[in-house]
Design a binder for this molecule. Structure first.
Ligand code: DAV
Length: 341
């Protein structure tokens, strides 16, 4: 790892509760979202999360890795397009969702949540800078996100087996975090925020050097592959056994392990995700993994597996829907493009 963007949380705003939010957010938090949309999250939670996030950024920088941070923006500002309006934005906390980095290509994602329509703006200064130093910076076609882009018949209560996704196929949509790369191969999931046209769009734009494969995911509210399917290093794959159906054949000779059940207490409020964020770990190099400090079963699994483990407290950040992998976008790593399969 040479360079990474790490999000900021100070300016986080509760996103408007639309169908596409309802499809992926914990149902028990519905009232909170509906009442608080467009307002700051509770300040004690934000402060505690910020302290952890800043410590994490310092740990990364102290290892000689260049750290960039997004701009703080006023996400309480309402905005509109000719087709709809939003009470506000969300945050600049999760660069992994917004920016898809494939070698020297940086792609701004066409995000399915209306509240996230302008989220790439937080990274603008860095994107221009990367462009000036030679990156091929592009944005996927800006989605229109009209009402017909979402399924009117979508019901979050439908059991998984008969479930459809909340996003239709009206236009390409994807979040970068629904893709995870192993050298030349990129593994993707269809989710509520990434549709088939979105996966096709990425496949065509990463060129002949890369191939996109779709993973068979059985998650009932899929949004982002990085609490589901985590290639860690050559030959080592961490899988959420509750969410992956058939493991892609490419991994047949890899050492595959299943993530242990999270140990986060039930009364620890996670506004925006399940507790499986525990497996949303971050690799500093092929041997070193950053893990949430209290997740002892996962820490032990990694130690037995031969990794050096860096334990960092992050449960307050996790309230906001992401762990170490989500809050980062690694823009430069050492080494050349490899084929691992
Ligand atoms: O487990 O709720 C979280 C994905 C992080 N962006 C979950 C998925």
């Amino acid at each position: 790892m040479e360079e990474v963007i790490i999000g900021v949380i100070d300016d986080a705003v509760v996103p408007a509760w639309n169908v596409e939010v309802e499809a992926t957010m914990p149902a028990k938090n519905r009232a909170f979202f509906v009442e608080q949309a467009g307002q700051y999250f509770p300040s004690d939670h934000v402060r505690a999360a910020r302290d952890e996030l800043e410590s994490f950024a310092e740990i990364i920088a102290s290892r000689g890795i260049k750290v960039r941070r997004p701009a703080l923006l006023d996400y309480r500002q309402p905005f509109s397009t000719p087709n709809w309006s939003s009470k506000g934005g969300l945050y600049g906390a999760m660069p992994r969702d917004v920016l898809l980095v494939v070698g020297d290509l940086i792609i701004e994602s066409p995000m399915a949540w209306r509240s996230r329509y302008f989220e790439a703006d937080a990274y603008r200064e860095h994107l221009v800078d990367y462009f000036k130093s030679g990156s091929r910076w592009i944005s996927a076609p800006k989605p229109q996100l009209k009402d017909d882009g979402y399924r009117a018949d979508y019901d979050p209560e439908t059991p998984w087996e008969t479930k459809r996704y909340v996003t239709a196929e009206a236009e390409p949509l994807f979040d970068a975090a629904d893709f995870i790369r192993c050298g030349r191969d990129i593994f993707a999931q269809r989710s509520h925020v990434t549709n088939e046209l979105g996966i096709d769009w990425v496949s065509r734009h990463v060129g002949n050097e890369h191939k996109v494969h779709v993973v068979d995911v059985t998650d009932s509210s899929p949004m982002h592959i990085d609490a589901t399917f985590m290639p860690l290093a050559p030959g080592k794959l961490l899988v959420n056994r509750k969410r992956v159906g058939t493991i892609p054949p490419q991994f047949s000779s890899w050492d595959i392990r299943f993530a242990p059940e999270p140990t986060i207490p039930d009364d620890h409020l996670l506004y925006m995700s399940s507790a499986w964020l525990t497996m949303n770990v971050f690799m500093l190099n092929p041997n070193t993994v950053v893990v949430e400090a209290e997740e002892w079963p996962l820490v032990r699994l990694f130690e037995e597996w031969g990794f050096d483990v860096v334990r960092v407290p992050f449960r307050n950040v996790m309230r906001f829907g992401g762990c170490f992998h989500c809050v980062t976008a690694d823009t430069r790593r050492e080494g050349s493009l490899q084929a691992y399969f």
